[in-house]
Design a protein around this ligand. Structure first.
Ligand SMILES: NC(=O)c1ccc[n+]([C@@H]2O[C@H](COP(=O)([O-])OP(=O)(O)OC[C@H]3O[C@@H](n4cnc5c(N)ncnc54)[C@H](OP(=O)(O)O)[C@@H]3O)[C@@H](O)[C@H]2O)c1
Length: 162
């Protein structure tokens, strides 16, 4: 099973503020949907609460230390190992780490592929993508999306671990 990470980050690695996203880019949303459709998403409890519901067409694993946490149509997990095992046992071929900051930080070392959307955003945030060494990664896909009157400019990059 391949372990992939998918995230959108600003110029200073900003991810979110007050448990919300910092931008709304329709094309990036569609990229997330297309890339993850049919697969399993593993996310922290705060990211799940921010989205508010399971995303259709995907299995959702919610990571929490709260033993009583349950959400309909989702699976609660209490460790990353439990999530990896469940995904593997279900026959998943690509597990997606979907954030947030805390979960990205704990999983970065186990990830084979990263789908990163670099957004031309600089501003306040309280959740940041972890620092990583770009030299450990090979860029295998890249696409630029210029700014429009509705959206910030952004660049989609697919990275594979060297
Ligand atoms: N830009 C993006 O691509 C993107 C993507 C995702 C999220 N975000 C943003 O990121 C922010 C949320 O990130 P965050 O770092 O605050 O929270 P998070 O990573 O979504 O969730 C953290 C929670 O996950 C649980 N958890 C983490 N590690 C665990 C472990 N080893 N074992 C068991 N449970 C564990 C804990 O839940 P309990 O407290 O319930 O125990 C912890 O409070 C929001 O602003 C969101 O909008 C941005």
């Amino acid at each position: 099973m391949k372990v992939s990470l998918i995230a959108a980050l600003g110029n200073g690695r900003e991810l979110g503020k007050d448990n919300q996203m910092l931008w709304h880019i329709k094309e990036d949303f569609l990229h997330f949907k297309k890339t993850t459709m049919g697969h399993t998403l593993l996310m922290g409890r705060k990211t799940f609460e921010s989205i508010g519901k399971p995303l259709p067409g995907r299995k959702t694993l919610i990571l929490t230390r709260d033993q009583s946490y349950e959400r309909s149509e989702c699976t609660t997990i209490h460790s990353l190992d439990e999530g990896f095992l469940l995904a593997r046992e279900s026959g998943e071929d690509e597990l997606f780490i979907a954030g947030g900051a805390d979960v990205y930080k704990q999983t970065l070392d186990f990830v084979d592929v990263m789908y990163l959307s670099f957004v031309e955003y600089t501003g306040k945030a309280d959740a940041y993508f972890p620092e990583f060494n770009i030299k450990d990664w090979k860029e295998v896909e890249s696409r630029e999306y210029p700014a429009t009157d509705k959206s910030l400019a952004w660049r989609l990059v697919k990275l594979e671990r060297i």
